[in-house]
Design a protein around this ligand. Structure first.
Ligand code: PMV
Length: 346
């Protein structure tokens, strides 16, 4: 390429799945479709400098995390570059300096792989746009999502849109296994939907999501589970469009518990929920039925609880969280977030 040196800065948010991705085939192809809310405040901000180098034989890069060199993340980045090499052949022409930070506390148990890989993919696309100024905006975001997927599956849902679906399905015509697509037909009831993340356990995960996905191979309930995800995607998109918060809640909570049920019924089996996770879930159920306030929970592959609710009940729900749930969080920590738009470049 003709570009000698270039520096970019991109941010990408985390996302929280409503219908969960759990199980994958070769080349980061999901075993079932998923759909998520894009978050707004939990972000990775990544600055990348590309400078032409002599040899084109190897990838050459440095990694800084919050200003300090961080070698433990290097193998993941190396693997990412190797996977995207055929789609971005210009990368080996450059020495790449990656300088990255998260807006959420380090080792908070919030997975940074989705936001991190999405932010890095955006930076790569900024270079590609510089090399090929004809690249359309549509293709820019599509390919950014495609590349992010090769870094971490769920990262493809952190590029563009408030609600993003990934994985070929009958409900969303333009859906694909290769990249995330925006789901636009959202009722006012879901505008500015809130996600307060209760940090129950900040420890390292005992089981990585890579291992978890693999355990869906030969899992006794796999086929039924994948079918169910298709059904739930059809139902939840209908609820999102019609503004049916009650039915939305049923699917979201069932999906969270099913994800963990798959972990408990794999071989080897494991449990990522903690006693406080269950305390919180029970208190959310009690609060919801006693006050008739549409608040629900979802879980990632960990012990933390995402509390989801409409903006117009924020004051009441935050009071409830203060009064009843904070005691079950590690050091009383939680993060207030809400639906956001996706990645940005500056
Ligand atoms: O993107 P991965 O490979 O880390 O998988 C993430 C899987 C879940 O977070 C548990 C579910 C999802 O759809 O995000």
């Amino acid at each position: 390429s003709s570009i000698e040196t270039a520096t970019f800065e991109c941010s990408a948010p985390s996302n929280i799945a409503l219908v969960k991705y759990w199980g994958k085939k070769e080349n980061q192809i999901p075993a079932n479709p998923s759909i998520s809310f894009t978050l707004n405040n939990c972000k990775t901000i990544t600055k990348v400098n590309f400078t032409k180098k002599e040899s084109k034989d190897n990838f050459s890069f440095d990694l800084l995390f919050e200003g300090k060199s961080k070698d433990d993340f290097k193998p993941k980045i190396q693997k990412f570059f190797e996977r995207i090499e055929v789609y971005c052949p210009y990368l080996k022409e450059y020495h790449i300096v990656i300088d990255t930070e998260n807006t959420f506390p380090h080792s908070s148990g919030i997975a940074s792989s989705a936001s991190g890989m999405a932010a890095l993919a955006m930076n790569v696309m900024c270079l590609e746009k510089e090399i090929n100024s004809n690249l359309s905006e549509d293709l820019f975001y599509k390919k950014a999502s495609f590349l992010a997927r090769l870094g971490s599956g769920s990262a493809c849902r952190s590029i563009k849109g408030e609600v993003v679906a990934w994985g070929k399905n009958k409900t969303i015509k333009e859906s694909s296994d290769l990249f995330g697509v925006e789901f636009n037909d959202i009722h006012q009831n879901f505008k500015n939907y809130q996600d307060t993340i209760l940090l129950v356990d900040k420890g390292e995960k005992q089981v990585s999501s890579t291992v978890g996905h693999d355990l869906m191979f030969g899992h006794p309930y796999a086929e039924k589970r994948f079918e169910q995800a298709h059904d739930n995607l059809a139902k939840i998109t209908k609820n999102l469009t019609e503004g049916n918060v009650e039915e939305f809640i049923k699917i979201v909570e069932s999906e969270a518990l099913t994800l963990h049920a798959m972990m408990m019924t794999s071989m080897p089996y494991f449990i990522l929920m903690k006693p406080n996770t269950l305390e919180i879930i029970n208190r959310i159920w009690k609060f919801r039925s006693e006050n008739n306030i549409p608040v629900c929970f979802t879980l990632d592959a960990g012990a933390n609880v995402h509390v989801l609710y409409p903006e117009n009940v924020s004051v009441k729900v935050l009071q409830f969280i203060q009064d009843e749930l904070v005691d079950f969080c590690q050091n009383g920590q939680y993060i207030c977030d809400q639906i956001g738009n996706g990645a940005e470049s500056k």
